[in-house]
Design a protein around this ligand. Structure first.
Ligand SMILES: NC(=O)C1=CN([C@@H]2O[C@H](COP(=O)(O)OP(=O)(O)OC[C@H]3O[C@@H](n4cnc5c(N)ncnc54)[C@H](OP(=O)(O)O)[C@@H]3O)[C@@H](O)[C@H]2O)C=CC1
Ligand SMILES: CC(=O)[C@@H](O)[C@H](O)COP(=O)(O)O
Ligand SMILES: [Mn+2]
Length: 395
């Protein structure tokens, strides 16, 4: 019987790659719902091509426009709007799999709803996990949901872990010494530091290896992406700070590794194409065709590794500090970073201001101790407000 899939964030980079994979397996997956925010043209094209049962726009005005186009084109898809609708399609009784691919904290409520409803969650939206941590993981385990990491590094780590860790065993009793979290270093790995003040949004979103949305591309350029991923990996694999190491691998061929007590290091490799981890999580434990060609090792020119430079990438240092401090720090840092990246993309602050702003917000909230979803949402809102205030007053 085919699995019913909801794609949260279908109009984005991960959403479109998911549609590509699903369309290769018509008998295996059926599209229940797709969601977007403001991109009406993108959503109309998805509805025309894939005929989902429901299309949700987070933005009500966009939903009205989509409804008009859906009627005009005689498409059978039902159009709804708002956060409650996002939650509905993530937790609907017909749905088996939820691809969580909304960018940022906006994805938290529908993803938690999917966990509470016991769904298989293919998690791309790292911000949701970073901002809610154990609360999210408890929702998964208390409701029989399955959480599979789509983020390429975490998917690679998952694939390189012994099976008992995937069932909840600890790293140390399973012979794991360390998780080696790889990162490309982004577009500014070797750029002279004195030129960082001149970095434009167009330069920052031009990732050397991956084709991604604007927010995660900027995060890769500041290496906040690796910081968020450090926090994400600690949560997903119950890893201590000391069991984690970040290593720069500019070619993005290895997607991360697990180092074992006996000296073995297991790595997952592949083309930098998200259809591989997406296909893995959709069909796990079975392997399905994803459209991605295997690596041709005879064509790989370079295969290099270097330690990260925290002076060049202060956001990475901040994220590691937040990871040590706890949930209040990671929630606040994530909120600040979302505001900072948006402000940078809008030309309101400079690239180098992102880390400065994040440091101010982190320091102001580092001792917060959120204990519930409402605490998390309140802290997230406070940190965003504070970050916006700092921008207005001058960083
Ligand atoms: N792209 C990649 O290769 C990878 C991405 N990820 C993670 O996956 C997530 C998605 O990334 P990516 O696909 O690149 O991002 P995109 O910017 O390409 O897509 C984001 C999606 O979220 C929707 N969205 C944005 N804001 C809201 C909102 N307020 N409410 C509801 N929906 C909203 C967008 O809708 P609309 O189009 O209408 O704006 C779009 O569908 C991120 O968390 C990212 O960190 C993780 C690993 C790799
Ligand atoms: C594809 C993916 O998972 C991204 O998170 C990617 O890792 C970004 O590249 P960086 O390693 O440069 O952050
Ligand atoms: Mn990643």
């Amino acid at each position: 019987m085919s699995k019913q899939v909801t794609i949260l964030g279908a109009t984005g980079s991960i959403g479109l790659s998911t549609l590509d994979v699903i369309s290769r397996h018509p008998g295996q997956f059926e599209l229940f719902a797709v969601t977007g925010n403001t991109n009406v043209a993108g959503m109309l094209e998805i509805c025309q091509t894939y005929q989902p049962k429901v299309a949700v726009m987070a933005n009500a005005d966009a939903a009205k426009l989509l409804q008009q186009q859906i009627e005009k084109n005689g498409i059978a898809t039902e159009v709804t709007a708002g956060v409650d609708s996002l939650v509905d399609v993530a937790s609907h009784s017909s749905v088996d799999i939820v691809m969580a691919a909304i960018v940022g904290g906006a994805g938290l409520l529908p993803t938690i709803a999917a966990a509470n409803a016991g769904k298989r969650i293919c998690l791309a939206n790292k911000e949701a996990l970073v901002m809610s941590g154990d609360l999210f993981l408890d929702a998964v385990s208390n409701n029989g949901a399955t959480l599979l990491p789509v983020d390429s590094e975490h998917n690679a780590i998952f694939q390189s872990m012994p099976p008992e860790v995937q069932q909840g065993a600890t790293l140390s009793t399973s012979g794991v010494r360390k998780i080696l979290l790889t990162g490309s270093g982004g577009p500014f790995l070797t750029k002279p530091l004195e030129e960082f003040g001149e970095i434009t949004p167009a330069m920052a979103v031009a990732h050397p290896n991956w084709d991604m949305g604007a927010k995660i591309s900027v995060d890769s350029a500041t290496m906040m992406n690796k910081g968020l991923e450090f926090i994400e990996a600690r949560l997903l694999f119950n890893a201590s700070f000391e069991q984690m190491e970040v290593i720069i691998h500019p070619q993005s061929i290895i997607h991360s590794m697990v180092s074992y007590n006996d000296g073995s290091v297991l790595a997952q490799m592949g083309q930098p194409d998200m259809r591989t981890p997406i296909a893995h999580t959709l069909s796990y434990p079975a392997r399905i065709e994803s459209g991605v060609e295997p690596l041709d090792f005879s064509q790989l020119a370079d295969f290099t590794f270097v330690k990260p430079d925290f002076n060049r990438f202060p956001n990475l240092a901040l994220a590691l500090e937040a990871s040590k401090s706890g949930q209040g720090a990671t929630t606040a840092l994530n909120a600040s970073n979302e505001v900072a990246v948006e402000a940078f993309l809008q030309g309101e602050i400079r690239f180098i201001d992102i880390a400065q702003l994040n440091e101010r917000v982190l320091n102001a909230h580092v001792n917060s101790k959120p204990n519930s979803l409402s605490d998390i949402l309140e802290l997230d809102a406070q940190a965003r407000q504070f970050a916006k205030q700092v921008i207005t007053q001058g960083i």
